[in-house]
Write a protein that binds this ligand. Structure first.
Ligand SMILES: Cc1cc2nc3c(=O)[nH]c(=O)nc-3n(C[C@H](O)[C@H](O)[C@H](O)COP(=O)(O)OP(=O)(O)OC[C@H]3O[C@@H](n4cnc5c(N)ncnc54)[C@H](O)[C@@H]3O)c2cc1C
Length: 565
């Protein structure tokens, strides 16, 4: 039995017991929802319930990874870290508190009864454990730890190789991000400029575009974990003009590696890996976003100047980097009947010229036309996101991913790419949240009010402690999802979706709490926190808008499958 004072240290047994309570409760909630939704078949009749299940299961998964990291730290580093121990205890308590609260409030929806709750939560002991574990004094202690010792993330990275390769990459990328990207980031954002070519050239030379492309295809063949760490550091300097540049080649490369022909891999992967070709991803349409199976943009078989291929007809929306990109990974309907659904979709590599600016027009010699117009956005500036119109735009048959046998497999290939994109977005979100925390700490240390720096006030310390705990949990969940992908675990795709969902929400919350700590100056463009806030808002939208990710990806996997292993 856990007693309140045991939670003052990361006592493995006490934490295991707390986590066991969370896992037990979430397993009951999943079992209840599985019964109601007939193993996920009827989630649309229980959408709100499914979202709740996804959220709670994700929180318990994050708690699991936070505790695993703390244990690995103690075991492999032979020492304990005050911040890691404190954050672990708090996050475990927060997770059990949220579960207990939700389970109690929605007891009937979850198909639970009072006995289920009392069996999981015990009698009054658990309440006392949570009260003590969540004492605001613990958050303040962590806040002071960041304010006095610095909030920069130099903590040990848990990996198969012991962490030294990852730490080296983190140092190198941080140097590049701070020296090259950060000085330009504000200017690009405020003037709504395109990523400077200098960033692309230098990132190409440093190998960032080929991180997850095997060496045999011209990449550097690094792990997903390494890719996340690079993305995180680049995103801390700028989400849009550095951190997100790797996502597009990553999505296309994963689709090509999964379903491309050998000729296609040999032709396209090397120039993508070396940054010779910039990529855009064209899935979303003006009328169709989440319901990808209903996409309307058509690919009509035909020939042009004696060459077999497809004429692309239709519109795409929100195609980020479509202007500068040399190729678009475009999902189009090769089977015209709407009933064919996702089975009628195929993935094409669409070649185009590179343009700067906020609009472009490309006319092919045979009259095919592609035009693009960037949709103005409050944040995520640097790559511009375009609405693209295609009129009889010719694509040769060899650019159909997978060749003739790739016909109708576009949805499946694209979804494989999106799983990698979601993991990447976890990395983008923790980088942005880290930048928000760092800038808030620096501001608090230098902003005097009422005769002292605001860092000395209890509430500031509490807020910074809270931000640091959420960020720590998001990082451990994202790194764990990357390790799961590297091992090829069966549930890696769901873990990547959980990491994207959780880390994106953390980035929104942490940047907004950081903004409040800046007072009025947090709303001034002069301070980077105002950019982090608007940039963060896009994270829960793309790569699967939050409610859809919860219901149709995480919820469905949990309710139709066996849950997280
Ligand atoms: C800045 C930015 C960059 C982007 N970059 C790209 C890119 O490069 N390439 C690309 O292809 N796309 C891109 N996107 C598009 C993005 O992936 C989509 O916006 C996202 O998938 C959601 O689609 P949607 O906007 O059509 O929203 P919708 O699908 O219309 O969803 C809107 C809301 O409707 C509700 N809803 C929808 N369906 C259901 C349902 N079945 N049940 C219950 N509620 C439902 C949900 O609440 C959802 O939040 C980008 C978007 C933005 C904002």
């Amino acid at each position: 039995m856990i007693t309140p004072n045991q939670t003052n240290v990361v006592d493995a047994n006490a934490c295991d017991e707390l986590l066991a309570v969370g896992k037990d409760l979430v397993a009951k909630i999943i079992a209840g929802a599985k019964a109601k939704t007939r193993d996920g078949k009827a989630i649309d009749d229980y959408q709100v319930l499914t979202r709740k299940v996804a959220k709670l299961a994700t929180q318990v998964e994050a708690a699991t990874e936070v505790l695993e990291y703390a244990k690995a730290f103690q075991k492999l580093q032979g020492a304990s870290d005050q911040f890691v121990d404190g954050a672990t205890r708090i996050f475990l308590c927060e997770s059990v508190r949220d579960l207990a609260h939700e389970a109690d409030q929605f007891i009937d929806d979850f198909g639970l009864d009072e006995k289920d709750l009392s069996e999981s939560l015990g009698n009054g002991d658990m309440k006392a454990v949570l009260r003590e574990g969540l004492s605001e004094a613990h958050y303040r202690a962590l806040g002071r730890n960041c304010l006095e010792g610095g909030s920069e993330n130099n903590r040990w990275i848990w990996s198969e190789s012991g962490g030294s390769d990852e730490e080296e990459l983190r140092k190198m990328t941080r140097r590049f991000a701070r020296d090259v990207v950060a000085p330009e980031a504000e200017h690009i954002h405020r003037q709504d400029l395109l990523v400077p070519e200098e960033f692309i050239t230098q990132m190409s030379e440093l190998g960032y575009f080929g991180m997850s492309i095997p060496a045999e295809y011209g990449g550097v063949g690094m792990s997903n974990l390494m890719m996340i760490i690079a993305t995180e550091e680049l995103s801390a300097a700028s989400l849009a003009s550095a951190g997100s540049l790797i996502t597009r080649p990553e999505i296309l490369a994963k689709a090509l590696l999964k379903g491309g022909t050998e000729e296609q891999k040999a032709k396209w992967l090397e120039p993508v890996a070396t940054g010779k070709l910039m990529v855009g991803v064209a899935v979303t349409e003006p009328d169709t976003g989440s319901d990808v199976a209903s996409l309307k943009c058509k690919a009509i078989a035909g020939s042009h100047e004696g060459k077999q291929g497809y004429f692309i007809e239709g519109a795409k929306a929100w195609c980020t980097f479509a202007g500068r990109a040399n190729i678009l990974a475009l999902l189009a309907r090769t089977d015209p009947s709407p009933e064919s659904g996702h089975k009628g979709l195929s993935l094409f590599i669409v070649e185009k010229d590179a343009f700067d600016g906020h609009s472009f027009e490309m006319i092919q010699p045979g009259g095919g036309k592609m035009t693009g117009k960037a949709d103005p956005t409050p944040g995520y500036r640097g790559m511009h996101s375009f609405t693209v119109q295609l009129e009889r735009y010719f694509v040769p048959a060899e650019n159909l991913v997978g060749g003739e046998s790739g016909k109708g497999k576009g949805f499946y290939l694209q979804m494989g790419g999106f799983a990698a994109g979601r993991l990447q977005t976890g990395g983008r979100a923790i980088g942005l949240a880290q930048a928000s925390l760092d800038t808030t700490v620096n501001y608090a240390l230098t902003r005097p009010q009422f005769g002292r720096n605001i860092s000395e006030f209890q509430n500031t310390q509490y807020e910074i402690g809270w931000m640091a705990v959420q960020l720590h949990a998001a990082r451990q969940l994202t790194y764990a999802a990357a390790r799961a992908m590297d091992r090829g675990d069966a549930d890696a795709t769901m873990k990547a979706a959980m990491a994207k969902f959780f880390a994106s929400r953390v980035a929104v919350n942490v940047s907004q709490r950081g903004q409040l700590m800046h007072g009025g100056w947090g709303y001034a463009e002069e301070y980077p926190i105002s950019r982090y806030v608007v940039d963060a808002l896009v994270l829960p939208i793309f790569e699967g808008v939050e409610p859809i990710l919860e219901m149709k990806v995480i919820g469905r996997s949990l309710l139709a499958g066996g849950g997280v292993q």
